[in-house]
Design a protein around this ligand. Structure first.
Ligand SMILES: [Zn+2]
Length: 188
């Protein structure tokens, strides 16, 4: 008898009903936050990595992410999520406007780094190396490669001292070089 009682109580026991109720509230809040987000500048973030706690994520930002982009990340604003939602601690690249944030759910210690899904643009201070320009000209004019392929190639050869270029920079380089060629042709 007591066995059946315990089993029946354990059936009734789950507090899931309550938890589900809370979940729906959270969903509503998320929707509100999302619609606000899309109204502003549409910055796209992609998941970079998840960490078991906040200090590990901080360490990754100060260590590996600094090295990858040869920059430092300055702590910016903290966006506090409503209710049981997560907080977002923003950081900005010190050499350009790329942002990242650490998403910090209030209910668990696991955190995720999200980073803006765009190449860094640091050339205003460094300039595009001549050898990168040369490769761009060769790939575009001689090998007739698509700009996207050239950008991908550069991204894969950062270790060789090449830099990433965005579409605007690439287009400017190619247009300038075309003008130069025209001048040469006119001269001949
Ligand atoms: Zn940057």
């Amino acid at each position: 008898m007591s066995d059946s009682e315990t089993s029946s109580t354990s059936l009734l026991e789950p507090v899931n009903g309550l938890e589900q109720g809370q979940d729906t509230d959270e969903d509503c809040e998320e929707l509100v936050v999302d619609s606000k987000k899309t109204r502003g500048k549409a910055k796209e973030y992609k998941e970079y990595q998840s960490f078991s706690n906040y200090s590990e994520a901080l360490y990754a930002i100060n260590d590996e992410l600094d090295k990858i982009q040869d920059t430092t990340w300055a702590k910016k604003n903290l966006k506090v999520g409503k209710g049981a939602k997560s907080d977002k601690q923003f950081f900005k690249c010190s050499k350009c406007n790329i942002m990242l944030y650490i998403e910090r759910p209030k209910t668990n210690s696991r955190v995720i780094i999200f980073i803006q899904d765009e190449p860094h643009n640091h050339e205003t201070k460094k300039g595009i190396p001549d050898k990168t320009k040369q490769i761009i000209y060769t790939m575009y004019f001689e090998q007739k490669q698509q700009p996207k392929k050239i950008q991908r190639w550069l991204r894969e050869h950062l270790d060789d001292g090449h830099v990433e270029v965005n579409s605007v920079q690439l287009n400017n380089l190619i247009q300038n070089e075309k003008k130069k060629e025209m001048i040469v042709l006119n001269w001949i």
